[in-house]
Design a protein around this ligand. Structure first.
Ligand code: PMP
Length: 345
């Protein structure tokens, strides 16, 4: 597949778009009297729109960390922004469709509904493995995107890279691999393959392993021509000045020790849960959370809430019947959780 083929899937109105150009897109110098953006001139630290230079620095820093050219990186207001942009760039409302595994992250179907795009779900196999052939069989000429969340939320497992790659090779559209939890995974990222496969878009986020959920910054990584379309469709100044400044500073922190602790804690909590009678199954996890099966999920959920332990009830999600999703906390928080679950009858 060539990038020219991929570009043909861009909605005609988007391909023809004359994007809005911000004052700061036009003048990138740093000194002078700024009378170009209708800002309030009195300094309070926030009276100016976010600096494009600073955004460029953040982009360069993150691209370097990810081992890609900065032209191949889009910074979004969370990866949720990138998900929505994918629909707006590629999917004609009422005409095109997208395919996704199920169960999976809820925003793909919500964005599909918002954008009036048909959402075709293909259930994972019983053991949560990837139904490669069924996903391919669900596609037709109007299938623009295939969402593969790996490690998958809420099932917690990562799919083997070879299987995702076989989808990238065979799917007649764009394969979006959402790697929000990749830093906790035993499977490697697909990012290095964006050079080779123009129909591969990889999403990541600073909200999980980087511990910056409050900043709202997500990444889309793909061929530079796709990224330049993201840049044209996004809102002007989509990332706030504080987020940019803090991201640049906080990105210097080495996340490895925390990630290692969370992975070790995940395995410790999983082992403890396996020894508790009320939990009938602990699914293997490549994320910073566990999916567990229990006979009375709602009851256990309410029991934990009453003890100020808030988890996610996934028992009404088809494919996840009887389950709760539990994020790994600090060692002390996990200790509390294990103790309360052990006391539950
Ligand atoms: N993808 C997945 C799989 C997620 O679980 C989440 C958040 N729960 C997101 C994307 C969105 O992350 P953010 O917008 O914070 O980057």
């Amino acid at each position: 597949m060539t990038i020219e083929q991929v570009q043909r899937w861009v909605r005609p109105n988007i391909a023809a778009l004359k994007p809005y150009s911000t004052a700061r897109d036009e003048y990138k110098g740093s000194i002078g009297i700024y009378l170009d953006a209708n800002e309030n001139p009195f300094e309070n630290g926030y009276n100016r729109y976010p600096s494009t230079t600073l955004k460029g620095q953040v982009r360069t820093a993150i691209a370097a960390k990810k081992g890609i050219a900065s032209e191949r990186l889009f910074l979004g207001n969370g990866s949720d922004e990138a998900i929505d942009l994918l629909f707006r760039i590629f999917c004609r409302p009422g005409v095109d469709n997208v395919i996704s595994i199920a169960p999976t992250y809820g925003m793909y179907s919500v964005c599909a509904a918002i954008n009036d795009v048909e959402y075709r779900e293909v259930m994972l196999d019983e053991d949560f493995s990837l139904p490669v052939d069924k996903l391919l069989a669900a596609a037709d000429a109007q299938s623009k995107l295939l969402f593969i969340c790996s490690p998958n939320n809420p099932t917690a497992n990562a799919f083997p890279r070879e299987q995702i790659l076989s989808l990238v090779r065979q799917f007649p559209g764009i394969v979006v691999v959402d790697e929000a939890y990749i830093d906790f995974s035993s499977e490697p990222s697909m990012v290095e393959l964006i050079d080779e496969y123009p129909n591969l878009i990889v999403l990541q986020t600073l909200s999980k392993a980087y511990g910056l959920a409050g900043l709202r910054m997500g990444l889309a990584m793909a061929h530079e021509r796709i990224i330049s379309i993201f840049e044209q469709v996004k809102y002007p100044y989509n990332i706030g000045a504080d987020t940019l400044a803090l991201a640049l500073r906080l990105l210097e922190t080495d996340i490895t020790p925390q990630v290692q602790t969370l992975i070790a804690e995940r395995e410790r909590v999983a082992a403890a849960f396996r020894a508790v009678p009320c939990i009938t199954k602990v699914y293997p996890s490549d994320g910073n959370f566990l999916l567990v099966k229990t006979e009375r999920p709602r009851e256990l959920y309410e029991y934990l809430i009453a003890r100020e332990l808030i988890v996610r009830d996934r028992s009404r999600t088809p494919g996840c019947e009887g389950t709760l999703r539990i994020t790994i906390g600090t060692p002390e928080e996990n200790e509390r959780l294990i103790a309360e679950v052990a006391r539950y009858k």
